[in-house]
Design a protein around this ligand. Structure first.
Ligand code: SF4
Length: 363
């Protein structure tokens, strides 16, 4: 039986960033205690699952409290028969200190994902991030001090007032920090955010500039030893995110906590975005149909730079499905937005920038 991935959502943040629509809130100590209790109940409910990746995301896991983090990670390891694998915790530099990293390292956390966003302090302020470059540097050094070498940094493109020059400063910072993995996301203005309400006055770079930024990031990171393996993800050799690869490879995972999604035993289901309801019943799920069909499989695989393998699709879903996909892709192959090397069908770099539109046409 293939081992699963476990995602644990920690829905607490110190403040709300103006661009963020993740499910998060400010939490009191009492709320955090109740939440830990509910999470443990949900873990125990699924204790027959065996996992080889655990990922604590949010929100901001680093504001949950060191003892609570320790308890939830220990409970997950014990009940999901976790022996060896990847345990990632998202850490916000502004809530990172030596005690936190010491505790995380002591319970076996071996990967830290940090929200750098930008190494230019003015851009960080625009994004509602209050820690400066020095604080981020110190947080990374602390991880190294406690033996956590596998560090991933999030970088954001299309930030207000960002230019190719300031983006380059951010990339240099990330490359020189010793990070093994970089995720580079294009800022999306989501409804229900402060940025959305202020969208007409935000000094955002125009669409063409953002596309140039994306291509620049791909080139710059490749030239500095980071291999692009997914539309937004780059890593040093063997440092790809094992947990996130499960999503893109259509493997199964369990998501714990409000707003978390799961794909288990062929079914998709999720929790409501409702903290109080979760506390009342942490194992109430909303069904979301069957998962892992041909369309979903192909769409997820095409996020990867190596794309979909004709052989794999033919074996799983029948050759006619792959032939149809290939036929639909011919136009985009001739436009150099996709490529087929005789075995794999995949997006080119320019194709990634238009992947949503292309996918809706070919699948
Ligand atoms: S971006 Fe991260 S830290 Fe900021 S509000 Fe959203 S979840 Fe919290």
């Amino acid at each position: 039986m293939m081992k699963k991935g476990i995602y644990i959502h920690i829905p607490f943040c110190q403040t709300k960033c103006p661009y963020c629509d993740f499910y998060s809130m400010r939490g009191t100590e009492e709320k955090k205690d109740l939440y830990l209790e509910a999470l443990i109940k949900e873990i125990l409910f699924h204790k027959n699952i065996s996992a080889d990746t655990i990922y604590l995301g949010g929100g901001t896991p680093s504001v949950f409290g060191n003892e609570r983090l320790k308890k939830v990670i220990e409970a997950a390891k014990k009940n999901f028969s976790f022996n060896d694998g990847e345990i990632t915790v998202e850490v916000n530099p502004s809530s990172c200190d030596e005690d936190l990293i010491k505790v995380l390292s002591s319970v076996g956390v071996n990967r830290i994902s940090m929200g750098l966003q930008s190494a230019v302090d003015e851009e960080r302020k625009f994004l509602g991030r209050h820690s400066d470059r020095e604080k981020i540097k110190n947080s990374i050094e602390l991880c190294h001090k406690y033996g956590i070498e596998n560090i991933s940094l999030d970088v954001m493109l299309g930030v207000p007032e960002q230019t190719l020059e300031t983006l380059c400063k951010t990339l240099d910072f990330a490359i020189n920090s010793g990070a093994k993995h970089i995720s580079a996301y294009i800022l999306k203005i989501e409804e229900n955010t402060l940025f959305y309400r202020r969208r007409d006055t935000l000094p955002l770079p125009d669409e063409d500039t953002v596309c140039d930024m994306y291509e620049f990031v791909c080139d710059y990171l490749e030239n500095n030893g980071f291999n692009q393996y997914e539309i937004s993800n780059f890593s040093k050799q063997d440092f790809e995110s094992k947990h996130n690869l499960k999503y893109w490879n259509s493997e199964e995972y369990l998501g714990l906590g409000p707003a978390a999604h799961s794909f288990l035993d062929g079914k998709r289901f999720y929790h409501e975005r409702n903290f109080e309801e979760y506390l009342k019943n942490p194992t109430a799920y909303i069904p979301d149909g069957d998962g892992g069909d041909f369309e979903e499989f192909a769409m997820l695989k095409l996020r990867l730079t190596k794309g979909v393998s004709g052989k794999e699709i033919s074996e799983k879903f029948g050759e006619e499905n792959f032939q149809k996909l290939l036929k639909n892709s011919v136009k985009f192959i001739s436009m150099k937005l996709m490529n087929f090397d005789g075995e794999n069908l995949y997006f080119t770099r320019q194709g990634f920038l238009l992947s949503n539109t292309i996918l809706s046409e070919i699948i």
